[in-house]
Design a protein around this ligand. Structure first.
Ligand SMILES: Cc1ncc(COP(=O)(O)O)c(C=O)c1O
Length: 395
């Protein structure tokens, strides 16, 4: 295991470089194809390209799992050049590919290695071991599963763990040059990566213990399934696995509602801010959907508060469908509502101020966002420096 990577994506790169080094050491330089399911996180493909590999995308089946026919056809078509497959388990579609072991075996039989993207390890800890179902190398996102604060810009920690045959090709010493044949490259500038934050994960593991960590995994799975079951009649859950269950997250499909009413997943995401919620993942891995991952950290009251907010939002979508107001004039499209907008003397909206600011029954702990709706795409495309000019600093 190497603690060098400062993010999950850096762990992916380190792991793929180890796979590349392994193939090279066996005189199989031609093995440069990396199979990546369409459901994978964007970093997977980026890491493969950085590691000098050619990405071949594997299709998704109707139930959200890896499409077998396509997978086996692509293994066959690339068998002499197959370097690796990157599997996210459970996948970003929120389902366990029940036949993951066979998938790993098929890739191994064709001479490839298996990279298990461990970002969703919070759905496995204590219940399954990637090395046993066929993974050769994997990264763990400590900032997701092991309590390193997530969001806000890091630093993250993405240690990479490999089986013994890949050990010689793991990240090299940050203080020494790489070997002449290219392996042993350090992946970050320090041998222990973001060592300063590691005591957080250490303390978490020590305090939870093995049983506590397993309970946390079960709580994460239970919470996701609870959300999926309670919200399914309002926002259909896109993919479910065996027994109609999801893994640690569920995708709420808004596409039909959008087609009928014009209300988008983004409108729902923005409206949730008025309820005091940070929006779930929007438009990934499927455009027009929201992916909800409650994790093990929220108690039942908070999860219920979220569910009630989503049901209230669904009622507002129905108000649009019934013609109570147009989408453009709805509290959804005009969300989020700032304090300034709500107290303004010229309130001219099609819905009451109370509905704007206090859509939920609970009026305590109200969060007011500092800004209303912005044009996110325009903001992404145009770099605008908001720093005051130097002249502002003159006395
Ligand atoms: C499935 C998956 N893989 C990889 C990553 C990349 O991790 P990081 O953001 O730490 O680079 C993420 C992050 O969200 C992820 O969800």
């Amino acid at each position: 295991m190497s603690l060098q990577p400062n993010a999950g994506s850096q762990g992916e790169l380190a792991g793929l470089l180890a796979i590349r080094g392994y193939h090279y050491s066996r005189g199989e330089e031609q093995r440069n194809v990396c199979l990546i399911p369409a459901s994978a996180h964007g970093t997977n493909a980026a890491s493969a390209v950085l590691a000098g590999m050619k990405v071949v995308v594997v299709a998704t089946a109707a139930d959200g799992t890896i499409d077998h026919e396509d997978l086996y056809a692509k293994i066959e078509a690339n068998k002499d050049a197959l370097s690796a497959i990157m599997i996210t388990y459970p996948s970003t579609h929120g389902v366990y590919d029940a036949d993951v072991t066979e998938i790993c075996e098929a890739v191994h039989a064709a001479g490839g290695q298996v990279y298990v993207d461990g970002a969703n390890l919070n759905a496995l800890v204590g219940l399954a071991q990637p090395g046993k179902f066929g993974g050769d190398v994997s990264h763990l996102n400590l900032h997701k599963t092991f309590c390193i604060p997530h969001g806000g810009g890091g630093p993250g920690v993405g240690p990479v763990a490999a089986k013994a045959h890949l050990a010689p090709f793991m990240p090299g010493d940050a203080n020494k040059a790489a070997h002449q044949d290219g392996h042993g490259v350090a992946i970050s500038a320090s041998n222990f990566g973001s060592a300063g934050v590691l005591p957080i994960s250490w303390a978490y593991v020590k305090l939870m213990g093995g049983e506590g960590l397993t309970e946390a995994t079960k709580a994460a799975l239970l919470a996701a399934n609870y959300v999926a079951v309670r919200l399914n009649e309002y926002f259909p859950v896109l993919y479910t696995g065996e027994g109609g269950l999801v893994a640690h997250e569920c995708i709420l499909d808004l596409r039909e509602l959008t087609a009928k009413t014009g209300v988008t997943a983004e409108d729902v995401a923005k409206r949730l801010i008025d309820f005091g919620f940070h929006a779930p993942t929007l438009a990934f891995p499927v455009a027009g959907t929201l992916m909800v991952e409650p994790t093990e950290s929220e108690d039942l009251a908070e999860i219920d508060r979220f569910i009630e907010a989503m049901i209230t939002i669904r009622k507002e979508i129905d108000q649009v469908a019934n013609g109570d107001f147009t989408v453009a004039d709805s509290p959804l499209r005009r969300a989020p509502h700032t304090a300034a907008a709500v107290v303004s003397s010229d309130w001219d909206r099609a819905y009451p101020r109370e509905q704007a600011a206090f859509p939920a029954h609970h009026k305590q702990d109200k969060y007011f966002p500092p800004v209303g709706r912005i044009d996110g795409a325009a903001g992404d495309r145009n770099l605008i420096c908001s720093c005051p000019p130097l002249s502002e600093f003159e006395d």
